[in-house]
Structure formats: C-alpha cells, structure tokens
Unconditional design. Structure first.
Length: 135
C-alpha cells in the first residue's frame, strides 16, 4: 500500500484536506476493530499499550467514517463532513467527477445500445418472416 496511491483527491494534494480520524485514548477500550477494518493502512496498533495509533492520516479516504461508525464506544472523531462538501466545491471536483463517470460507465451505455440493436434486428426478422408467411 503506497503513500503515492492515496496522495491526491480528485487532483487535490491529499495533505491539503485535513480529513482523518482522531482517537480519544480515554474512551478507547483497545478492541482493535478500527485498526483491522481500515483497508488503507491509516492505523497501526500498539500491542503493549493496547491502543490503535493513527500512523498514516492522509491515507484516509476523504469523507469515509467507517471506523468511527463501527467503534463500539464512539472513541473516534472526524471533522464536520460539511468541510468535505466545501472542499469539493472549492476545488471544482464535479467537472472531474463527470469525466470519470463517463469513463467508468460508457461501456454500459454501449452494451445497452448493442442489446437494443439486437432486439430490434430480431423483431424485424420475425416481422419479415410473418410477412412472407402471409403472402
Ligand atoms: S474501534 Fe474504538 S475502541 Fe476499538 S480500538 Fe478503535 S478506537 Fe479503540
Ligand atoms: S475512515 Fe475509512 S479510510 Fe479513514 S481510517 Fe477509518 S476506515 Fe480507514
């Protein structure tokens, strides 16, 4: 899991967006779920202190709060999600989203068009067959 992989968010340097978890050590019971559940290597876990440690905060997926949602004692905090919405507007990410959307789902549109075209050809063939029978 490389740092580089998560270095940007829609072209914005990831370190410009202060979105990452903060743990309240007094509330944390050390269950380790957050450290295990995060797929981005944000956490390590101190087996001596029995506490998670945020080691790669900027690997955190902007807007994700899965670990906080799953923490059994609510020991993980994130900034107000409004901050993410504001960042999205400030950096005009929706133009990039539209481009990515087209790239990601264009093949679906092509597949749908193909299947319509096949359906129409099949219907036309059936109608021609019916016409020739009725002659
Ligand atoms: S999930 Fe919550 S209680 Fe468990 S280790 Fe993480 S912060 Fe602590
Ligand atoms: S919010 Fe998501 S990406 Fe960020 S540390 Fe928690 S589980 Fe990992």
């Amino acid at each position: 899991m490389s740092e580089k992989q998560f270095g940007e968010w829609f072209g914005v340097p990831r370190k410009e967006i202060p979105w990452y978890p903060k743990i309240d050590p007094a509330t944390c019971i050390g269950c380790g779920l957050c450290a295990v559940i995060c797929g981005r290597g944000v956490y390590s876990y101190d087996l001596v202190d029995k506490k998670p440690v945020v080691v790669k905060p900027y690997n955190c997926l902007v807007g994700c709060q899965t670990c906080a949602n799953l923490c059994p004692v609510g020991a993980i905090e994130f900034p107000d999600p409004q901050m993410v919405r504001d960042e999205a507007r400030k950096h005009k990410i929706f133009t990039k989203v539209k481009k990515l959307l087209n790239e990601k789902f264009a093949h679906q549109l092509i597949e749908t068009a193909k299947s319509y075209s096949e359906e129409i050809s099949s219907q036309e063939k059936k109608m021609k067959e019916m016409d020739s029978k009725n002659k």
